[in-house]
Design a protein around this ligand. Structure first.
Ligand SMILES: Cc1cc2nc3c(=O)[nH]c(=O)nc-3n(C[C@H](O)[C@H](O)[C@H](O)COP(=O)(O)OP(=O)(O)OC[C@H]3O[C@@H](n4cnc5c(N)ncnc54)[C@H](O)[C@@H]3O)c2cc1C
Length: 257
């Protein structure tokens, strides 16, 4: 009884409803990554950085559930997910290889209120991505471009090779435009001949060179594999960034469910 009263006072959040998403188009991004453009009737809208839960149900009733960041900016009419196929994965190979336009699956969201940015949040915006961790950060850059924000933005993006850089053309276009974000790559395994950029995993020296001295108003968002996120976030804090302004999202590995 008392617990009910407390929850009532705190305004316990209603569970988010599952909705049916329909695949409108599958856009290959890299050999292992594809974007799913989805129509989700009743979608309430979202903020860049949020994610959804996807639930797949087999004919025998077995269900698997995973989280995916929303790649589309708040302004988009479609919900867009960008999924990397893990060869031994249960859910990601199905989403990248087996889904066809018109197929439907369950999705709920948007989820998350901490790893989010909109133009009102200010900046400078300091983004650090490892692999598919670029997805929610891309939603932030797309939102920034859509609203014409002049908040300075920098993306440091670690990928194994040039072929594995997701959204490469769009990042080149955004970065090349007036007031566009500064985009810095580090390619950890393979480089094109003549590559003069970074060629190693992210470390404190690289973070210092790319982001410079901490600005009191800076908002940092770090996303990628768990270990990558820890190294990058610790590196920013060691440089003097306020830990409460270094926000992190860890992509995996996940437990099966
Ligand atoms: C908040 C959040 C947002 C996410 N957003 C995205 C996104 O935008 N795009 C995206 O591709 N993924 C994203 N992920 C990861 C995603 O939820 C799944 O974990 C991933 O797709 C693997 O699922 P799977 O069923 O294919 O693999 P599983 O069957 O769960 O795992 C297969 C193997 O891969 C390992 N593994 C699991 N996940 C990862 C991982 N992320 N990296 C490396 N190894 C892993 C497991 O330990 C296991 O050995 C996000 C995760 C979280 C928590």
């Amino acid at each position: 009884m008392a617990r009910t009263a407390v929850l009532g006072r705190l305004g316990a959040a209603a569970p988010i409803a599952w909705r049916l998403a329909e695949l409108v188009e599958l856009v290959p991004e890299t050999p292992r990554v594809a974007s799913l453009l989805l129509s989700v009737p009743g979608w309430p809208g979202h903020t860049a950085g949020q994610h959804v839960d996807v639930r797949l149900t087999a004919q025998d009733g077995y269900q698997a559930q995973r989280s995916y960041s929303i790649a589309a900016p708040a302004e988009s009419e479609r919900v867009v997910l960008t999924v990397e196929r893990l060869e031994d994965g249960e859910v990601s190979p199905f989403l990248v290889d087996d889904l066809r336009a018109g197929d439907r699956f369950e999705l709920r969201g948007p989820i998350g209120g901490y790893f989010v940015w909109d133009e009102g949040s200010g900046g400078p915006l300091q983004l650090v991505a490892g692999g598919s961790g670029v997805v929610p950060l891309m939603a932030m850059l797309r939102h920034r471009a859509a609203v014409g924000s002049d908040v300075p933005a920098t993306l440091l993006y670690s990928a194994r090779s040039p072929e594995e850089v997701i959204y490469r053309e769009e990042l080149d276009r955004l970065g090349g435009g007036d007031g566009g974000p500064q985009v810095v790559y580090t390619l950890t395994r393979e480089r094109p001949s003549g590559w003069t950029g970074y060629d190693r995993r992210i470390d404190g020296e690289m973070l210092a060179e790319v982001f410079g001295r901490p600005d009191a108003d800076a908002m940092a968002f770090v996303c990628g594999p768990t270990r990558f996120v820890e190294v990058a976030a610790d590196g920013l804090v060691a440089l003097g960034y306020d830990p409460s302004r270094v926000r992190t999202e860890r992509f995996g590995p996940s437990g099966r469910s």
